[in-house]
Design a protein around this ligand. Structure first.
Ligand code: SF4
Length: 159
């Protein structure tokens, strides 16, 4: 193809929670779609991952919360290994694609950032991060919740 150059592809910037782009991967078998996040994927700027599915958790699955650093369901079954493995796998994808920022579903035991449920399954919230969000932050990936992103906290004018 003489004289024809391939158009430059956009650099993927964000790793995003897959449930935010319409993937039915949430614990209840539903999604948490937000058009503003879907738009990032359509423009080639974002890559969706679900760390819980990548860790081998079924969908739907029992709700879990973080108790003393462990991820447990209401019966006390410890799912921490799945959640840690899924976070590592999702982070590997993030690194492969060169993502430097994340937009993650708020309050999830994997994706929550700055605030999670307190382990009593009563809907109470405490300060803290989900397993995946904590791993990203430890590796200098900037994390925004979906709520922060929708409210315009991302200062990048291209978004
Ligand atoms: Fe969404 Fe993250 Fe939960 Fe997967 S682990 S369903 S991406 S919040």
């Amino acid at each position: 193809m003489i004289g024809k150059e391939r158009p430059e592809l956009p650099q993927v910037k964000y790793v995003v929670s897959a449930c935010l782009v319409g993937v039915r991967c949430a614990y209840d078998g539903e999604h948490r779609r937000l058009d503003k996040v879907v738009d990032l994927v359509r423009r080639g700027l974002a890559l969706p991952v679900c760390p819980e599915q990548l860790g081998g958790m079924p969908t739907p699955r029992p709700p879990v919360e973080i108790v003393s650093g462990r991820v447990v369901d209401q019966q006390g079954n410890d799912m921490s290994r799945n959640f840690e493995r899924g976070a590592q796998e999702a982070f590997s994808i993030c690194q492969l694609a060169g993502c430097t920022e994340a937009i993650l579903k708020s309050r999830s035991p994997s994706c929550g950032s700055g605030c999670v449920y307190d382990g009593t399954f009563q809907g109470n919230r405490i300060n803290g991060d989900g397993i995946f969000a904590a791993l990203l932050k430890a590796n200098h990936v900037r994390v925004l919740t979906d709520e922060e992103f929708v409210s315009g906290m991302d200062d990048d004018p291209s978004v």
